[in-house]
Write a new protein. Structure first.
Length: 314
């Protein structure tokens, strides 16, 4: 267990390196934009494609993928309801921000942050299932999250916008990888070596970006907002606990259970901030919540990783 915990903490120490670099002026806040573009358009697609292309399509893999798809859909439906009840119970004011807090508690950063962390800790098999989960996350973000953020305003979700949002480099890489995997087509060694090498750089680079983002965030105001802090706590503690309780007795593969619980343990998705801006809602509140859940996850995710390793065989 000690070895596993050290491995996890080594990954999160990279966030500290990004934070220190930001505070020292080596990597100012504006650098995050360009490094993030490198991750989204180059290294992460390479990571996704190389991982899927190297997998063998088996009956067990298909079954686990279906379990993750169904489990993820149920998670977003249940988490949306639970978050609504929580916000209603704490009577958060102003009322116009309640929907935003629901999205804060429901969403999870299983792409930008989840991909590298999962790849480094659990390896290719669980990472493959995380890619499946992330496809459902993207659908939620551009449909369910918009409904939540516009709660009570009557704003409708555009199916065209939802579909176009899925047309991104990571989804394209996932599709290409699935085609290669199902057809049994292998990539030439030089190509695979390039994709693997570039993809592996996603892990340290993405953690450094998270550190930069934390370095530019004002967390003092968040700490003073106790109701927002409670919602952040629900995102990183309550949601994965409820997910673990839900899947514990179900006849699912251990790898599927681990994927569903670990995905729920990740902090709020950064993308909900951008979505709230397009909907003219309180993006500042969400940016504060995302920063705080990310900071909290530096403590909670290593613990969840160790717990899940002891509970499930993957």
């Amino acid at each position: 267990m000690a070895t596993v915990f050290i491995k996890v903490m080594t990954i999160f120490a990279m966030i500290g390196a990004g934070f220190a670099a930001n505070k020292a002026g080596v990597l100012p806040g504006r650098s995050s934009r360009y490094i993030s573009a490198l991750l989204v358009y180059v290294t992460t697609p390479c990571l996704v494609l190389s991982t899927i292309a190297s997998q063998d399509l088996t009956g067990e893999m298909i079954r686990m993928s279906l379990e993750v798809v169904i489990g993820t859909v149920i998670f977003f439906c249940a988490a949306s309801l639970i978050s609504y009840l929580i916000v209603k119970a704490i009577k958060y004011e102003p009322g116009s921000d309640r929907g935003a807090l629901c999205a804060l508690m429901t969403s999870c950063n299983t792409g930008f942050m989840g991909f590298p962390v999962t790849k480094a800790i659990f390896g290719d098999r669980i990472f493959f299932l995380f890619i499946i989960q992330n496809i459902l996350l993207n659908i939620y973000l551009y449909s369910g999250a918009i409904i939540q953020i516009n709660q009570g305003s009557g704003e409708k979700v555009s199916l065209k916008k939802t579909a176009s949002a899925l047309l991104n480099p990571c989804m394209a890489a996932a599709l290409a990888g699935v085609i290669l995997m199902t057809t049994g087509t292998g990539l030439p060694y030089p190509v695979m070596d390039f994709l693997t090498t570039m993809g592996n750089s996603t892990i340290p680079v993405s953690m450094v970006v998270v550190g930069i983002q934390l370095g530019t965030s004002d967390l003092k105001e968040v700490v003073g907002n106790l109701k927002l802090m409670f919602c952040c706590f629900c995102n990183v503690i309550l949601m994965p606990l409820l997910t673990l309780a839900a899947v514990w007795l179900l006849p699912l593969a251990d790898a599927s259970k681990l994927t569903l619980v670990f995905a729920a343990a990740f902090p709020s998705a950064v993308l909900i901030v951008a979505i709230s801006e397009t909907q003219n809602k309180n993006s500042l509140l969400l940016s504060q919540g995302v920063a705080m859940t990310t900071l909290m996850s530096m403590l909670t995710l290593p613990v969840w990783a160790v717990i899940l390793m002891q509970l499930f065989t993957y």
